[in-house]
Design a protein around this ligand. Structure first.
Ligand code: AMP
Length: 319
């Protein structure tokens, strides 16, 4: 498949690289890295990495402005379904390539490379570049490292295999970069966000089955001077709480008239519950957008039910 993907990239003079709405470092870094690799290896091609950015990731790199393009190839990264592709209409392109590490949702009617065991889309891109022997440089290597580190939550997840570490080791050796700078670009944050983290840990509601959740109203967002994406972005910081196996942030997003829910699990699979509320994601890291706090609480009840069943299975397995 990598060969076919490279052949398709070679065929087009104009290439647009998109990813999912609600930008995160893996999506952003993979699209910036792939753009820069294509430009490095094929300087005559026009390559645009597009989508809505976020001030939070300004130090990672710059996206391109979406222009009218004709006879172009679209590469969609880190996105399993068409409705979540940011800023572009998949049907308007001559050919489409999808590269993703989410569980399969729908075909984009083009070339698809999906590895839902990979830690990140950046890990897949690392492997693709290595196998196809495309030229890389240190800033591309740093981007790929940042995306992988972010999506694996600094190598904490089981999706990190010996292959993951081999790839990281290969890129660090061949295209070195300042690792502490890379971590600063990812993790430096304003004091207000740390205060929000304090608010979440002080006010998290924890059920007897191990569900932890926090409701963050717009009033709290205003009071703490953060934005509606902040709580979801820090959800991984609440891993490893002994009493909590599944946890969620529920944040009011007044501007978009929605409630954003981010969910993580150290126990039961949760993505089918997110899907029930028009969301989705990975088995242990999912999200959804709902209209009301009542709907969000319905989702919490479903998660609590899943936990109850999970706990009784674990208990009966142990007997
Ligand atoms: P988040 O908590 O926003 O970081 O999302 C965790 C995972 O769930 C990511 O893989 C997202 O792509 C996925 N996800 C989040 N929100 C949605 C949604 N509304 N629909 C489908 N997948 C989602």
């Amino acid at each position: 498949m990598y060969k076919k993907i490279l052949k398709m990239i070679k065929k087009y003079n104009t290439i647009v690289i998109a990813r999912h709405i609600g930008v995160d470092p893996d999506a952003l870094c993979s699209q910036l890295a792939l753009r820069d690799v294509i430009k490095l290896n094929f300087p005559d091609k026009k390559v645009l990495s597009v989508g809505t950015g976020s001030a939070k990731f300004i130090h990672i790199g710059k996206l391109d402005r979406l222009e009218e393009v004709e006879d172009a190839l679209l590469i969609v990264l880190d996105t399993p379904d068409k409705k979540r592709v940011d800023s572009v209409d998949v049907s308007k392109f001559s050919d489409v390539i999808k590269i993703d590490h989410h569980p399969f949702v729908e075909s984009f009617q083009g070339l698809e490379y999906i590895d839902d065991k990979a830690s990140s889309t950046c890990e897949i891109i690392m492997d693709f570049l290595l196998q196809t022997k495309l030229l890389v440089n240190s800033s591309i290597s740093e981007l790929l490292f940042m995306g992988l580190v972010s999506d694996s939550n600094r190598f904490l997840f089981n999706s990190c295999t010996s292959e993951t570490f081999s790839l990281v080791s290969y890129y660090l050796a061949k295209y070195p970069f300042d690792i502490s700078q890379a971590y600063q670009k990812l993790y430096l944050r304003p004091l207000n966000e740390v205060r929000l983290e304090g608010y979440i840990s002080s006010n998290m509601v924890v059920s007897e089955h191990g569900l932890g959740y926090i409701k963050i109203t717009d009033a709290i967002i205003q009071k703490l001077g953060v934005d509606s994406a902040s709580a979801g972005n820090m959800i991984n910081d609440f891993n490893f709480i002994k009493e909590v196996l599944v946890w969620a942030t529920i944040t009011e997003d007044i501007k978009n008239k929605q409630i954003r829910i981010s969910i993580r699990s150290r126990g039961p699979i949760i993505n089918h519950i997110a899907e029930k509320y028009h969301g989705g994601g990975h088995k242990f890291a999912s999200g959804a957008r709902v209209k009301t706090f009542d709907e969000a609480m319905d989702l919490m009840r479903d998660l609590d039910q899943v936990l109850m069943e999970y706990n009784s299975e674990v208990k009966s397995d142990g007997n």
